[in-house]
Design a protein around this ligand. Sequence first.
Ligand code: GLN
Length: 285
Amino acid sequence: MKSGALRARDAAREAAKELAESGVLEPDASAEILLSELLDVRRGELSFQDVSGEDLRVYSSYISRRKDREPVQRILGYAYFRNVKLDLGEHALIPRPDTESVVEVALERVDERGCPCRVLDVGTGSGAIALSIAQERRTCEVHASDVSEDALRVAKRNAEENGVSVEFHVADIVGGLENLAGSVDLLVSNPPYIKSGDLRSLEPEVRDHDPLLALDGGPDGLDFYRRIFAEAPPILKHGADIVLEIGDGQSEDVMELGSSAGFVPLGVRDDLAGTPRSVLMRWEG
Ligand code: GLN
């Protein structure tokens, strides 16, 4: 990239060209988001902004990292999800727009159930689902668990930064959450669901920059659904709802696993792209 003062829009255009030549998908979005975040302006304001000196040097380093297929959110160190801004620390999974639709389904369940409502987000990562529910439904009592203490540290800080109250627990699925016995109204989770054998062929942005722990769903991608259905019942209230994010093509298998573990299937919901993304079940046990 050239140095000296440039219209920000031109700098982004030039950067997008470089990204496209390196095979980065959606190069304009990457180039514009990185520059607008760096300059702390909206994307639409790049046309009215100059960029020079130190900013241009930093931008150049961002673009070369992006060329090496590091995701935008990893370069910035944070991500936006619904109405929260999430620090990602070193390792937390980058929250996906798909998961915003899972929160939507969870919020509908919360509204239908009314208050008081105790929610548990299993495998919270950076806290995306738990923080969103806590922020958008202030009367809910939101709990979040993760097996990774690193992730929980990040999630806890995110809760503070976003001014929401969530109770965090170190737990492998629900192991160690005996204090919640029989009390959870809604369990929500985006568990790891990629088949182990498919991990190598993921895009480099995911394969090399998201934590394996948050992606690897075992040989058929379904290990964590089996575990949730087997292990969650003791903490669930009679009639509790369960909302699970699923990977492409997993809806039938997950519904079937849930049914054979005694859960009542309530339906499957699409994400914004029209792909089945949430499985909804009820615990009547
Ligand atoms: N949705 C993520 C992906 O596409 C996977 C996250 C997960 O396994 N829950 O890579």
